[in-house]
Design a protein around this ligand. Structure first.
Ligand code: NAP
Ligand code: HSE
Length: 442
């Protein structure tokens, strides 16, 4: 029997993720000790309410509301509470005490990562966060380590499990938005406030973290363009499906360098987009996530798996915990964040892509010509026009005095498309601009 030294681990949070971290730590204690070369001793679990009903995976005697004391006695602190405060204060205290920290908290890292990484570097501690982006999928280490000698050019991913689950349910079984969100919440995918998921905040935070790593740049979260999925109705999804597309909430981080247009920097953006059914991202179902990475040398890489859920996220947390523990046993300086490139953040108007614009128009002669002229006036080239084909009922009928018009464009500048849409909305014959969706991956 090998006698191992002990590493004292404090767990902040005993909810969906925390309970699963505790379960693995306790159930696999011997195996983890053998892998690390030290016994990982869970010394306590900080929660808000020790009397609340919770998973039996956490022994009751480990529960405490005194997070500060717990942190001071720990070699490694795992933060799975979520939110900005008190998580920020606790992580700061943990790093200042010399502990390494493992966190799944993308909201905190996207808003305060710069200060926390700087503190960690100053005190010689490490801040691990594999679980903060795309749940169980290893994506932080590949970007930080495996691709450290390459140049990443583009990242495109589905990084929010809740919204993918909702869009998938609306697409495949006709669930309403509210029904699908309720199931996602029940399954533990959604954030405490699901607004963070459906309005794209969570995906924007993850996009910022990925972009910072990929482009060695400090990403200002307020410069990440963000659109959520509230505007994606069942009808929009049905239209997309009939046209051969799936609707996915995408997080895109892209290096743009076009001197002719004075564009040189990074575009980071989150929006619902059309993906051809033949594209691998269209096949990402349920709460799964997938991240495409394009790099100069490596070419295209795809990382796929569970993006949310207690056991799945706990797996990523445990991976970081083993890394942190090994560092305690073996020593070594760890890794600092790299932000030397400091590229400019570009507005969404700098991008170029193709679009589907859906209009409700008066069903009368000359309307098509007037609509086409608006596109031409802004140098947006039309690729296809479908009239009356796409209705939620699947009929080819127009709706009374109006008809549905779907216009697909060739690649165009976002700024030109925006001007086109603004002018379309002013046309007398256009009753409403029902949706404007970008096409990605075509
Ligand atoms: P959760 O189920 O809401 O659990 C949060 C836990 O933190 C609860 O045990 C809660 O205590 C405790 N807590 C909250 N505020 C506290 C405070 N002020 N003091 C002490 N304890 C406090 O959250 P979760 O789903 O496990 O998520 C945790 C973190 O992981 C978040 O940052 C989230 O974004 C991230 N994450 C979650 C998933 C997922 O699928 N759930 C996936 C990836 C990343 P009580 O139990 O007493 O209320
Ligand atoms: N609410 C998040 C999601 C959890 O749905 O992806 C994982 O970060």
């Amino acid at each position: 029997m090998i006698e191992y030294r002990s590493l004292r681990v404090a767990l902040l949070g005993g909810g969906t993720v925390g309970a699963n971290v505790a379960r693995r730590l306790i159930d696999h204690a011997d195996e983890l000790a053998a892998r690390v070369g030290a016994h990982i001793d869970l010394i306590g679990v900080a929660v808000r309410d020790v009397k609340a009903t919770r998973s039996p995976a956490i022994p009751a005697h480990l529960l405490t509301t005194d997070a500060e004391s717990l942190i001071l006695g720990a070699d490694i602190v795992i933060e799975v509470m979520g939110g900005i405060e008190p998580a920020r204060t606790y992580i700061t205290a943990a790093l200042q005490s010399g502990a390494d920290v493992v966190t799944a908290n993308k909201a905190l890292l996207a808003n305060h990562g710069t200060e926390l990484f700087a503190l960690a570097e100053r005190v010689g501690a490490q801040l691990y966060y594999e679980a903060a982006v795309a749940g169980a999928i290893p994506i932080i280490r590949p970007l930080r380590d495996s691709l450290a000698g390459d140049n990443v050019t583009r990242i495109m991913g589905i990084v929010n499990g809740t919204t993918n689950f909702i869009l998938d349910r609306m697409d495949t079984d006709g669930s309403t938005f509210d029904e699908a969100l309720a199931v996602a919440t029940e399954l533990g995918y959604a954030e405490a406030d699901p607004t963070a998921d459906v309005d794209g905040f969570d995906a924007a935070q993850k996009a910022a973290i990925l972009a910072g790593l990929a482009f060695h740049t400090t990403i200002d979260l307020s410069s990440v363009h963000r659109e959520g999925i509230r505007g994606v109705s069942g009808e929009v999804i049905a239209l997309a499906s009939k046209a051969g597309y799936a609707v996915k909430l995408l997080a895109i981080a892209e290096r743009l360098d076009n001197p002719a247009d004075g564009i040189d920097g990074v575009s980071v953006r989150v929006y619902p987009a059309l993906i051809p059914r033949t594209h691998p991202l269209a096949a990402v179902r349920g709460a799964n996530n997938a991240v495409f990475v394009e790099a100069e040398g490596a070419g295209s890489l795809m990382f796929y798996g569970a993006g949310a859920g207690g056991p799945e996220t706990a797996s990523a947390v445990l991976g970081d915990l083993v890394s942190a523990s090994r560092r305690h046993v073996i020593g070594g300086p760890g890794l600092a964040e790299s932000t030397h490139a400091n590229l400019a953040m570009l507005p969404v108007s700098a991008i170029t892509t193709s679009y589907h614009v859906t209009l409700e128009v008066a069903d009368e002669p000359g309307v098509l010509a007037s609509v086409a002229k608006v596109f031409a006036d802004h140098s947006v080239s039309v690729e296809l026009v479908e009239q009356g084909l796409f209705t939620s009922e699947g009929s080819a009928a127009s709706k009374g005095q109006t008809a549905t018009l779907v216009i697909g464009t060739h690649r165009a500048k976002e700024s030109d498309l925006a001007a086109t849409v603004a002018d379309l909305a002013k046309l007398k014959a256009v009753t409403s601009v029902t949706s404007v969706l970008r096409i990605e991956g075509a």
